[in-house]
Design a binder for this molecule. Structure first.
Ligand code: 5RP
Length: 297
């Protein structure tokens, strides 16, 4: 208990030394409140400024996706190598032990599947449940130029409104859809619209031509989705080129959990994202780790 008398006198005021006032370095985030910065620091490693997010929320539109049939067998061994886990609340509660203590990017939009019309979504997770689950970020699809543009932008705005109230950032995901192209012009437009509506982080696709225009057009961090499974070297090249052109990380699913050796793959992706490894060096690392005991540690 604090005493009122007999204490040492306070004297170390550091006269002449300006009070430390460090800048929060994450792109676009300097003016956010403390809680939001703290959550973003769990997603983006403060040392490298980058993130390796492991996406395994595919089931919410695709059902039991290849590689995700048994989350306990295939995904749990990968968790320690990820900075942030992107998943639904169903999987989080049923399959992910809370002891992993990783940042969570919670899939909060819901409403349609690959069997019907993608992107006909609402916000299915209320802020109270996101808080209960200690989400570091809340994610919703934004289908710019698609049939459900207005609906999905409204969903993003709702997440931003409630997220800002409680200090939880929103991840705006540029939607997949048959009618939507994936060139730099479209991706910059879609990403910029989600940012303008308040999303603090944007997830979009990499495009081979002019991707730097996409990252330059958006004043907050962009992370790339991996997309369909590619040969491992190609996936590492994509991650490298995206980072080289201004992306601040990956939110990768199938190219990790469908790889021949998923643990070796996520470690190699980390090498590219956090340690500036070239794709060739990361691929050598992948092959060295593949199937070895080291790959599983
Ligand atoms: C679906 C998503 C997925 O999380 C996303 O596509 C990432 O997974 P992959 O790398 O397999 O594409 O947001 O909309």
């Amino acid at each position: 208990m604090a005493d009122a008398t007999g204490n040492q006198e306070a004297k170390d005021y550091g006269f002449g030394i300006p009070v430390a006032n460090p800048v929060y370095e994450l792109k676009g985030a300097n003016n956010y409140d403390w809680g939001m910065k703290d959550r973003l620091s769990r997603v983006f490693n403060p040392k490298s400024g980058k993130t390796v997010m492991l996406a395994f929320d595919h089931g919410y539109i695709m059902g039991p996706t290849s590689g995700l049939e048994r989350i306990d067998l295939t995904i749990l061994p990968l968790l320690e190598h990820a900075d942030c886990l992107m998943c639904t609340r169903g999987v989080l509660r049923a399959c992910i032990p809370p002891t992993f203590n990783k940042a969570i990017s919670l899939r909060c939009s819901a409403g349609s599947t690959v069997l019907t019309e993608l992107n006909d979504e609402c916000i299915g997770v209320e802020i109270e449940d996101a808080i209960r689950l200690n989400a570091s970020m809340m994610a919703a699809m934004g289908s710019i130029g698609g049939k459900f543009e207005a609906l999905t932008v409204k969903n993003i705005c709702k997440l931003v409104e409630t997220g800002n109230r409680y200090g939880i950032p929103t991840l705006g995901v540029t939607a997949v859809g048959k009618e939507l192209t994936r060139d730099a012009r479209y991706l910059a437009m879609a990403s910029r619209v989600l940012f303008e509506n308040g999303a603090q982080v944007i997830k979009t696709y990499y495009c081979a031509e002019d991707f730097q225009k996409v990252t330059a057009a958006v004043p907050v961090p962009i992370v790339i989705a991996g997309g369909k499974k590619l040969p491992e070297l190609d996936a590492l090249k994509m991650a490298y080129q995206a980072i080289d052109q201004g992306a601040m990380g990956v939110d990768m699913g199938r190219n990790i959990f469908q790889a021949e050796d998923p643990i070796a793959m996520i470690k190699s992706v980390r090498g590219v994202v956090h340690d500036n490894m070239t794709p060739e060096d990361a691929f050598t690392m992948y092959n060295d780790l593949k199937g070895s005991q080291q790959g599983r540690e």
